[in-house]
Design a binder for this molecule. Structure first.
Ligand code: CP
Ligand code: NVA
Length: 305
């Protein structure tokens, strides 16, 4: 059987996502009921981190353990990756000693090279271009709170970063629309958008992107790897903060999401992220449940039980 990787959302069909989401609901409910589910006894997840993480590490490590398996954490500094071992060689070796691998790295081409030399499925735990596990968790969270996301409007106010590019792919797959507002000079890189994607509209003014939205979301203005640009970004993004005025323009029952970590007073005000429309803690928790369903699918196929 050909190995299946999850390097960006476009690697899966809607049918596959519907299965994973259905399983995530079941796995979550059973876990909350203390029902043991250990299909992955003796199986090992390797987690490669070339950037920092709290949620991604926690959710993959806890998730693998809850499925009966185990995980190994590797970072650049403490491994031979930091001393120049080629990713192709690392992928060969790691995939001989494990059953599934999660990689958080810089360029998407790095994880693609890694995956092409891996004998086991590779999951993207964030690259500069994509964050598919997070957006999958976000879609799941929306469905939990508001039902189907099909036909809904998502407002993206902020940087054109990995989260946005994954949202744009999700919009095509799940058939919803993204209203995007990024400051001048931080526009969408169309090379990272599927040609012919009609599921987004660009707005010059951030407030206009929020009008009527069912989900308002943003992310840090400076992503990992871009720290040197922080000061100029702080100036360029002035006005792109999600505040209560912008939330008032959204649909009355709109939810607010942020993948976290957040900077209160920069991309979002404290009253919004800590307010009644925010679902950020459910969103963070759901990384655990959807990734357990994702690992199950990549290793065991369409489990029905
Ligand atoms: N949202 C997210 O991926 O968080 P971490 O960087 O903490 O993993
Ligand atoms: N866009 C952010 C997401 C962090 C989870 C980054 O890449 O740093």
């Amino acid at each position: 059987m050909a190995i299946k990787h999850f390097l960006q959302l476009s690697d899966f069909t809607l049918d596959e996502f519907e299965h994973v989401i259905e399983r995530a609901h079941i796995i979550k409910r059973r876990y909350k009921n203390y029902e043991k589910y250990h299909p992955l006894v003796d199986r090992t997840l390797v987690m490669v981190f070339e950037k920092s993480s709290t949620r991604t590490r926690l959710s993959f490590e806890a998730g693998m353990q809850q499925l009966g398996g185990n995980s190994i954490y590797i970072n650049t500094q403490d491994s031979q990756l930091g001393r120049g071992e080629p990713v192709e060689d690392a992928a060969q070796v790691m995939s001989r000693m494990s059953d599934i691998i999660m990689v958080r790295t810089f360029g998407q081409e790095i994880i693609e090279r890694f995956a092409s030399h891996s004998r086991v499925p590779v999951i993207n735990g964030l690259t500069n271009e994509h964050h598919p596990c997070q957006v999958l968790a976000d879609v799941f969270t929306f469905i939990e709170h508001r039902g189907s996301i099909k036909g809904k409007a998502v407002a993206w106010v902020g940087d054109a970063n990995n989260m946005l590019y994954s949202w744009l792919q999700a919009a095509e797959i799940f058939d919803f629309h993204v209203n995007v507002s990024t400051p001048k000079g931080y526009d969408i890189d169309m090379n990272l958008v599927t040609p012919g994607n009609t599921h987004f509209t660009r707005f010059e003014k951030p407030a206009d992107a929020c009008v009527g939205a069912h989900l308002v979301t943003t992310d840090v203005w400076t992503s990992m790897g871009f720290e040197a640009e922080n000061d100029e970004r702080l100036k360029a993004f002035d006005g792109w903060c999600i505040d209560s005025e912008k939330m008032k323009l959204a649909a009355p029952n709109a939810v607010f999401m942020h993948c976290l970590p957040a900077h209160r007073g920069e991309e979002v005000t404290g009253d919004v992220i800590d307010g009644p429309q925010s679902v950020v803690w459910d969103e963070a928790e759901n990384r655990l449940h959807v990734q357990k369903a994702l690992i199950e699918y990549l290793l065991l196929g369409k489990v029905k039980e």
